[in-house]
Write a new protein. Structure first.
Length: 122
């Protein structure tokens, strides 16, 4: 990145790298507060959808997809676990979903710190 591009990105506000950090931070905040700050997760997902088009073709596009897939699959399995909790199996699957979501957030964020994509093969 040239100095002029860096200056332009600084004038626009947060750069792509900082936005990805913000998304992971908001997602982690929502998960670690056990959903009490669930609006943080929603904010991360909305921000990911808003910035998705701008990041096509960059290493950050993989992070956007990672965050969105984590949210939607986590939501699906959380809802199925809630239904299954009627027969007491859902508590175990709910715990597994929580561990899986935490793993995905940590793996994605660590890959971001390393400057890589969390998706294998990309």
């Amino acid at each position: 990145m040239t100095q002029e591009e860096g200056r332009y990105e600084a004038d626009k506000g947060l750069g792509s790298r900082q936005l990805i950090h913000l998304m992971y931070g908001l997602f982690a905040l929502g998960v670690l507060t056990a959903g009490l700050l669930g609006a943080a997760i929603i904010a991360a997902v909305v921000l990911a959808y808003l910035k998705r088009g701008e990041m096509i073709g960059t290493v950050y596009a993989g992070h956007i997809d990672w965050i969105l897939r984590t949210f939607w699959w986590g939501l699906l399995w959380t809802l199925l676990s809630a239904i299954a909790s009627l027969v007491f199996v859902g508590y175990v699957t709910g715990l597994i979903v929580l561990i899986w979501v935490i793993y995905r957030v940590v793996k994605g964020w660590l890959a971001h710190f390393a400057g890589e994509t969390p998706l294998p093969g990309l």
